[in-house]
Write a protein that binds this ligand. Structure first.
Ligand code: 5GP
Ligand code: MN
Length: 314
């Protein structure tokens, strides 16, 4: 059950040492939420470590403190540390950081599939981003948001609602974003950094788009990232799904990505279908219109299993 905003503030006041983390394959919301909260806590004189069990896409490195997000191997904590899990539904989503947790856990998240695992939680599935929750908390606490925090939190919100285009965008989402702009966030600079891509990445797009597959009377679009295709794209393939979800008539878009011989990473997006439920069939989750899972099967098998579940749900 959720604590109140004031109870959450009291938890932050109670601890001097905090380890912040977020989900593996970190997206804009995961990184922006960590950095926004990091900025505030550091400003309060707290000792804060940010850790993610994954590499950070270069495009996020323009944000202040982004270079300080470390890997689990570099972290040493003891039971006097509070662990703050941001934008993640359960401990399975934070990889090896789960093994470092020395004491109490606070979870701030907006996923409908949240497992309610923490000692204190603040889970609001109607919010478009964890960054939107943090901004609302700072507002409630009358905490000062400096321009660096504002950039990070704006980036968190904007990336999770497709820059205010997805169905999760509400009046509240826009009001929180507006407040961040008033506090110094720079929408144009953030967009420029996130959109900028090396020429090789743009060239890779032509190769990726040749691999689009359609199913279910062209209402389902899919991309399979085989090891061969990953040679063109590199590991960070998260944006390609946004191209195929725009195909006219497509309701569900998915990608499957080779991780190793019997491990495939799946992403799902939809206009009407509940993809959280589809990801749930395979032990994953997320949101009704954006979800993911990992399937312990080879790429082709996993693709067939996903397509079958999508066609059932249509
Ligand atoms: P993406 O496709 O961008 O990796 O993830 C889409 C959404 O689903 C994100 O909000 C992400 O946090 C969530 N998600 C992705 N994979 C998983 C998973 O394996 N388990 C859970 N619980 N959520 C996931
Ligand atoms: Mn999120």
């Amino acid at each position: 059950m959720n604590s109140t905003a004031q109870e959450i503030r009291a938890v932050f006041e109670q601890y001097d040492h905090m380890m912040l983390t977020a989900h593996v394959s970190p997206d804009g919301d995961a990184i922006g939420s960590i950095l926004g909260l990091y900025g505030w806590l550091a400003g309060q004189g707290k000792k804060v470590i940010a850790v993610i069990d994954d590499d950070i896409d270069d495009k996020f490195l323009f944000l202040p403190h982004a270079d300080q997000i470390c890997h689990p191997d570099a972290v040493h904590v003891d039971p006097s540390w509070l662990t703050v899990v941001l934008d993640a539904t359960d401990l399975g989503r934070i990889g090896r950081v789960a093994g470092l947790i020395p004491g109490k856990v606070l979870n701030i998240d907006h996923h409908i599939s949240n497992a309610h695992f923490a000692d204190w939680e603040y889970v609001l599935p109607s919010y478009a981003a964890t960054g939107e929750i943090l901004t609302a908390l700072f507002q409630e606490w009358q905490a000062h948001i400096d321009p660096a925090m504002a950039d990070s939190l704006y980036m968190a919100i904007a990336t999770d609602c497709g820059f205010f285009k997805f169905s999760n965008t509400t009046g509240h989402t826009l009001r929180m974003a507006a407040q961040l702009v008033d506090a110094g966030a720079r929408p144009n600079i953030i967009s420029e950094h996130l959109e900028a891509q090396p020429l090789v990445k743009l060239r890779a797009l032509s190769e990726v788009l040749r691999h689009i597959e359609l199913f279910g009377d062209n209402t389902v679009a899919g991309l399979a990232f085989s090891p061969e295709l990953l040679k063109y794209t590199g590991e960070h393939t998260g944006t390609y799904i946004d191209y195929i979800r725009t195909i006219q008539g497509v309701d569900v878009a998915f990608t499957v990505k080779y991780v190793r011989e019997a491990e495939t990473r799946v992403s799902l997006r939809s206009k009407t279908v509940d993809v959280n439920a589809i990801a749930g069939v395979f032990g994953g989750g997320g949101h009704v219109r954006a979800a993911g899972c990992t399937i312990a099967r080879p790429l082709q098998d996993a693709k067939n299993m996903v397509v079958k579940e999508i066609l059932k749900a249509l």
